[in-house]
Design a protein around this ligand. Structure first.
Ligand code: SF4
Ligand code: SF4
Length: 238
């Protein structure tokens, strides 16, 4: 997750990369330091579940979160240690939350490009020695082995939350930004969901309520649907 050296190379699913990351490389875990890792709602769900804590506690302990100054879009970043600048989850043996590591960490050494199906090399070829190992992958193979599928699916669902007339980067009212932040802090959605009047209003019967309470992914999708309805109503009167 070092700054890219060559951001001009364009990679597609069928492009080939050489890469292998392992303990024997001198750079091992060096990339888990002083990096900007932006977390999605699904990243937070996976991480806080792995750590067996609520979203509120996770957000308070491990992130910097705010509404962007101009656009009011929620921004949640993994907070590096203020002294060592290391990720709070890195150890000498590697990532302590490997099975639930964020989307950005899974994609590394790649990152999303500017258009769908396009990727760019994020890693610095001089620092990330894994890029000089012999193992070859297509980009598609690499992403599949890293388990990015559910992260992409949740991101697509999140993109549906905003009305079609909303353009990425467009300014939104601070109230809308706070509403969208609910997807990052599902503890607060739990409290809403526990209110029988809310469930009656939104047609959530007892079976659905129990199912959603037992399945975090279902709960996140329900939160997206709720936020989408609220935002659509607000947009219609703004
Ligand atoms: S090979 Fe690259 S990804 Fe792996 S530890 Fe080294 S810098 Fe990080
Ligand atoms: S979450 Fe894991 S892989 Fe990502 S920066 Fe932290 S230690 Fe590294």
């Amino acid at each position: 997750m070092n700054p890219a050296q060559d951001t001009h190379e364009v990679y597609r699913t069928e492009s080939t990369i050489r890469f292998a990351c392992h303990h024997d490389l001198p750079c091992f875990t060096q990339c888990c330091r002083d990096v900007n890792i932006y977390l999605t709602p699904y990243d937070i769900l996976r991480l806080r579940r792995s750590l067996r804590m609520g979203s509120g506690e996770f957000l308070a302990r491990y992130t910097r979160h705010y509404l962007a100054r101009v656009t009011h879009v929620p921004v949640v970043q993994l907070a590096m240690d203020s002294h060592t600048l290391r990720c709070p989850f890195v150890s000498d043996e590697g990532c302590r939350v490997y099975d639930d590591r964020p989307w950005a960490c899974r994609m590394f050494p790649l990152d999303l490009g500017n258009e769908s199906g396009v990727y760019r090399l994020l890693a610095d070829k001089k620092r990330c020695l894994g890029l000089h190992e012999g193992q070859r992958w297509t980009v598609g193979e690499w992403l599949e082995t890293q388990g990015v599928g559910p992260y992409e699916a949740m991101e697509q669902a999140l993109q549906q939350v905003m009305p079609p007339e909303f353009q990425p980067g467009q300014r939104m009212e601070a109230g809308l930004g706070k509403l969208l932040y609910l997807a990052y802090d599902l503890d607060r959605f739990d409290a809403i969901l526990d209110d029988p009047r809310f469930r009656a209003l939104h047609g959530i019967d007892e079976d659905r309520y129990v199912a959603v309470r037992q399945n975090d992914e279902e709960k996140l999708l329900l939160a997206f649907a709720y936020i989408q309805r609220q935002i659509a109503e607000l947009f219609s009167v703004l």
